[in-house]
Design a protein around this ligand. Structure first.
Ligand code: TYM
Length: 334
């Protein structure tokens, strides 16, 4: 909690092309919550370098992501939208929290295991301590709530454990954050293998709908989506491909699974796929138009980057100073 309102923190990596999963699982919920909380939305560029990046591409993607946050409906006057690397307190707090996190806890992180398997030639220490930096992000802003998709749940749990451990030693320093999962869309699956989550890093471009895909591409990917041979449209775990399409449809239209199942009663998979594609295009098109409009306004975006980083720095430094004092670092002489 900061000031009068409860606070909210979330972030995304500017790595790869953002997918419909990122939008439906996270960004869309950020927009619905932004009136209720004091919000901090971060482009987590420091997390991105745990995997090798082309510097020019990372810079470009980071800016595109920040623009996307605004295009999605987050008002930068009311919300703090900024780059992680512009606020040095993230890295400083992460160091301190590293000293309150156990190797055994980090060893259990499934995302580390997955990424280490995928990037066997670069299993760096940053990849291993990634969840500690994420804990620092959240705890710096005393976040009450963190809206994310299901895949980030384990990282939220370790954040809570670290915060509780620290508070147990030094008193109430950190707010213990709660996770916020949307009712639909918290885990959008791959269109080509509906037992896997839709991911930016999937090598098969047909597996993911990217936020910047044009309408024809979206329709084509939906038409090619893997289903099954049951020939019935029901919302159940035994039909993961159909269930995922219904999830996407419901998330994009606001309908419930029951309503969608009734609507497609007696219809074929072809019709379902068309309807899903159209519902996705209806969501993505306005978003893409707004991104294109904002990208032209360089001065406006530059000003947001500057002023919002100042605000984020102010809030983050307050928490950092408190933590530094608690652990016994000498006071600054003014
Ligand atoms: P990232 O960049 O992988 O994903 C950003 C957000 O999108 C959600 N998401 C999904 N939701 C539903 N279905 C999917 N298929 C899907 N794929 C991704 C993620 O759950 C996430 O909410 N470690 C984080 C970034 C981060 C962060 C933080 C988040 C760093 N610090 C502090 C919250 C708070 C990550 O890599 O997300």
């Amino acid at each position: 909690m900061i000031g009068e309102k409860k606070s909210l923190f979330s972030g995304m990596q500017a790595t790869g092309n953002l997918t419909l999963g990122n939008y439906l699982g996270a960004l869309r919920n950020w927009v619905t919550l932004n009136e209720e909380y004091e919000c901090f939305y971060c482009v987590v560029d420091e997390h991105s370098i745990t995997i090798r990046q082309d510097p020019a591409v990372l810079r470009k993607r980071a800016r595109a992501l920040l623009t996307l946050y605004i295009a999605a409906g987050l008002d930068p006057e009311k919300n703090c939208i900024y780059y992680q690397s512009h606020v040095s307190a993230h890295a400083e707090l992460a160091w301190i929290l590293n000293c309150f996190t156990y190797m055994g806890e980090l060893n259990r992180m499934t995302q580390f295991k997955d990424k280490a398997a995928k990037h066997a030639d670069n299993i760096n220490a940053g990849l291993f301590t990634y969840p500690v930096l994420m804990a620092a992000d959240i705890l710096l802003f005393q976040a009450d709530v963190v809206p994310v998709g299901i895949d980030q749940m384990q990282h939220l749990e370790i954040t809570r454990d670290i915060a509780q451990r620290f508070n147990g030693i030094y008193g109430d320093v950190f707010t213990i954050p709660e996770v916020y999962l949307g009712k639909v869309g918290a885990k959008i699956m791959s269109l080509q293998d509906p037992t896997k989550k839709m991911s930016k890093s999937d090598e098969n471009a047909n597996a993911s709908i990217y936020l910047m895909d044009d309408p024809d591409t979206v329709m084509r990917k939906c038409k090619r989506a893997v289903t099954d041979s049951e020939a019935q449209i029901l919302y159940r775990d035994e039909q993961p491909g159909v269930k995922n399409l219904l999830d996407i449809y419901c998330a994009c239209t606001g309908k419930t699974a029951d309503e969608a199942v009734k609507e497609f009663d007696g219809k074929g998979y072809g019709e379902l796929k068309m309807a899903v594609g159209e519902s996705v295009v209806a969501v993505l098109k306005p978003l893409q138009d707004e991104v294109a409009r904002l990208e032209k306004d360089k001065a406006y975006i530059d000003n947001i980057i500057k002023t919002n980083a100042e605000r984020a720095n102010y809030v983050a430094t307050k928490t950092l100073r408190k933590v530094q004092k608690k652990v016994g670092f000498p006071e600054r002489i003014r």
